[in-house]
Design a protein around this ligand. Sequence first.
Ligand SMILES: Cc1ncc(C[n+]2csc(CCOP(=O)(O)OP(=O)(O)O)c2C)c(N)n1
Ligand SMILES: [Mg+2]
Length: 386
Amino acid sequence: MSRRGFLQIATLAGAAAGFTGTLARSENEIGYYAMDLSDDTLRHMLRTILRIRWHERTMADKMLSDPSYRAYNHFYAGQEAVATGVCAALRNDGPFDQIDLVYSTHRPTGHAIAKGVDMAKMQAEFDFRATGLNNGYAAEMHISDPDVGFIGADGMIGPGHVIATGSAFAFRARGSDQVSVVFGGDGTYATPHFHSALNNARLLDLPFIYVLENNLYHQYAHYSHSCPHADIADAARAYGIPARVVDGQDVFQVYNAAKEAVDRARAGGGPSFIEAKTYRYYNHWGAPGAEVGKLGAFGYDPLAISSFRPERELRSWMQRDPVDIARATLIDWGVMDETTADTMETDVRAEVDAAFAWAAEQPLCTPEDGLKHVFAEGVVAPRQMA
Ligand SMILES: Cc1ncc(C[n+]2csc(CCOP(=O)(O)OP(=O)(O)O)c2C)c(N)n1
Ligand SMILES: [Mg+2]
């Protein structure tokens, strides 16, 4: 019997015997839904984490080594388990009026990949190519792909939260069981939109999930500078919203909390809040302080007024890397072995290289393209007043 099978039986036996310990459960008793996923789904989750990670690393290396490379990024490395665990609990395929929607942030790459956005097209978009995901108009901070329910990245922190509750309101009004999810950072606590979205979601009992990625910093300031709570989840509880704090480095813990929240929303139980404690391996924006071929930015960021985070803090978070945790868990559960895990990583690296190569061959936008989609094309009759 696999270790996962053993843990599943132990959980059932524990439940039957009224066992309330932590065996085979996450410590805050979310119910270990991840263990019941199919092997294929579990492998897909690790693959998604790896796809995000190698996209990040490839892009960072390009930014550092190729002066002609135009694309830029707010790197998501270190946080991959959050996007992956949440999106694994959502409906990502199907007609637009049935899939779940994700509203992203200024750090959108991981959310986009996890929701199912085509990586090659996204990469072409980042590089201002005319055949990119949004015809070269969006770059990183405005990518959007409604076909997979990825409503979009957002250069502003906050306003997307309120728009996401609008979608949730539409779902409720139409009697749909779709769910609207917004990702936000610890920095959004200090925006009015954070509070407005949570208040309205509770008042109207909306199928709305707020996923707060607490990576400790907004730009170069610690979140305690703008938020009085150690757990930002306490702010959601103040609005009467059930809230979980999870280890954002462990994709399966994130999934458990997301599944619980999605089930609640679909059943008409209203909003949920998930605070994932996590960390970003690069600096706020771009790759300053990073080195080609190495994960993370340990060096000084010239945009920061001072060295804003201790190097040993970054190193200690990297010891609990989302890739390692997901991989070790699946090997422990007997879902894969070291060799199949290595093969998956090799495949993913080839896929990412191919996506970058395809994007680099795509035609660039022309100056004329910049004037398209601004005004209506052709002759437009002025509206006549009756
Ligand atoms: C309304 C608004 N104010 C300020 C900014 C500038 N800004 C961009 S990212 C950022 C910090 C965001 O921090 P956090 O929400 O913790 O997300 P993280 O960057 O850590 O992922 C700020 C202040 C902005 N984009 N929008
Ligand atoms: Mg932050």
